[in-house]
Write a protein that binds this ligand. Structure first.
Ligand code: NDP
Ligand code: MG
Length: 396
């Protein structure tokens, strides 16, 4: 009998991390948690270590690592606790890790995710910000190091499932006309523009269909999530931005579609539960039980579609512009958005100021080519400096 596959879960304490561990626990003979990482929820990380008994755990600081190490030892566990970005990169690239779930949120996930790619791992990519920031470099690294990149984002996982196996030779060659990226429209889909100035972080984080971390919940509410996903789709499927169309589909049952030149449109459907794409990517090309309930089409009854409203949700337009500009623009967009979302969650800016702040930062930064990771990080730093200056002037 073969040994269980060893899975590193970057961002194990988060929403995607926990869903991944749920799927792993359903298949103990096939998968085992190899390394678990956390950032602020270290008590939860300790509990996860006790349940899943990983070889490694990673926390931000050396002192936290010593503390957790002592507690795990007292509990009879031989988990080794590492610290910081070096620790994250070590468990992502470890020779005994078979697959890496990249589920850290934001730019903080870039280096560890790239470390997994450069070690030629099977990389399950949830951390879309990493790909948005470093697009061309990331995809070059995937090819150069023979990594297997599998999308976890439900839309991209759906597209992957609707494409033929040889789509890598070019979408046009395999007869794809368009990619249709579905979006729920978020909690403010029907909110009048004037009211968007008064919505709270609690309302923004109460997504109608999905239960997610706070940052992506705000991104969904502003539709920046769909903007980041548009850029993500361009890189994953080598598609120009004009071939990716956004369709509002409030029920979140169709997770995305591929439109072919012969008039066929293939879609992937399912209940909105991230354990489906996680199970798909873990087992691909096999299928395994994910714990997700079967889809009840009779209970759903109807599927609706609308065009997105870029007047009320300008983040989508900003992301499309950044995708078209290329170079440093997506990294700049991402960094400005991360700071804007954090400021909104801290109640320093209003919801409808998020887009204005990002637009300001993008306008101040001349697009530059990004030849290496240093150039990506330089764009990220420039945008953060500009975003902080904006916040100093305009935020509470
Ligand atoms: P969460 O906020 O729930 O989890 C984020 C994880 O990253 C946590 O484990 C957190 O640790 C860790 N983390 C946060 N900051 C840092 C840092 N500076 N260094 C190291 N680790 C850090 O987010 P989600 O699980 O919702 O999302 C994770 C990623 O997956 C995001 O990129 C998101 O866009 C993407 N995604 C999520 C979906 C979802 O349904 N949730 C769907 C599609 C994509 P701690 O909790 O201990 O602070
Ligand atoms: Mg998504």
């Amino acid at each position: 009998m073969s040994r269980p596959q060893q899975i590193t879960v970057l961002g194990a304490t988060g929403s995607i991390g926990l869903s991944t561990l749920d799927v792993i626990a359903r298949h103990p003979r096939d998968y085992q948690a190899f390394a678990l990482t956390g950032f602020s929820r270290l008590k939860e990380l300790e509990t996860l270590c006790q349940t899943h008994r990983p070889r490694f755990a990673v926390v931000p600081e050396a002192a936290q690592a010593r503390h957790l190490q002592a507690r795990l030892q007292d509990a009879g566990l031989d988990t080794r606790v590492l610290a910081g970005e070096a620790g994250l990169c070590e468990v992502a690239a470890h020779p005994e890790a078979d697959a890496v779930m990249a589920a850290i949120v934001g730019a903080a996930g870039l280096r560890p995710t790239l470390a997994a790619v450069e070690a030629g791992k099977r990389v399950l990519l949830a951390n879309k910000e990493a790909l948005v920031m470093s697009g061309a470099l990331f995809m070059q690294a995937v090819r150069r190091h023979g990594a297997v990149l599998l999308p976890i984002d439900s839309e991209h996982n759906a597209i992957f499932q609707c494409l033929p196996g040889d789509y890598g030779q070019g979408l046009q060659r395999v007869g794809v006309r368009r990619i249709l990226l579905t979006a729920s429209g978020g909690p403010f889909r029907e909110t009048p523009a004037a009211d968007l100035a008064h919505v709270t972080p609690e309302q923004a984080c109460a997504h109608p269909n999905w239960s997610m971390g706070r940052k992506i919940s705000v991104d969904s509410a502003s539709m920046m999530n769909k903007g980041l996903e548009l850029i993500e789709a361009c890189w994953l499927f080598d598609a120009p931005p004009e071939r990716v169309e956004v369709v509002i589909h409030p029920q979140s049952v169709i997770h995305s579609l591929v439109d072919y030149v012969d008039g066929s449109v293939l879609a992937q459907l399912g209940n909105p539960d991230m354990r489906t794409p996680i199970s798909h990517a873990l087992a691909w090309p096999r299928r395994i039980d994910s714990g997700v309930a079967p889809l009840d089409l009779f209970a759903i009854g109807r599927l609706d579609f609308q065009a997105p409203d870029e007047q009320r949700f300008p983040c989508l337009r900003l992301a499309r512009q950044a995708a078209e500009a290329g170079g440093s623009a997506p990294a700049c967009l991402n960094a400005a958005n991360e700071l804007a979302v954090a400021a909104f969650l801290e109640r320093r800016i209003r919801f409808n100021e998020i887009a204005g702040m990002i637009e300001h930062v993008l306008a101040r930064d001349a697009v530059q080519p990004v030849a290496d990771l240093d150039a990506v990080m330089a764009a990220d730093t420039r945008a953060r400096v500009e975003a902080r200056a904006w916040l100093t002037r305009y935020a509470c």
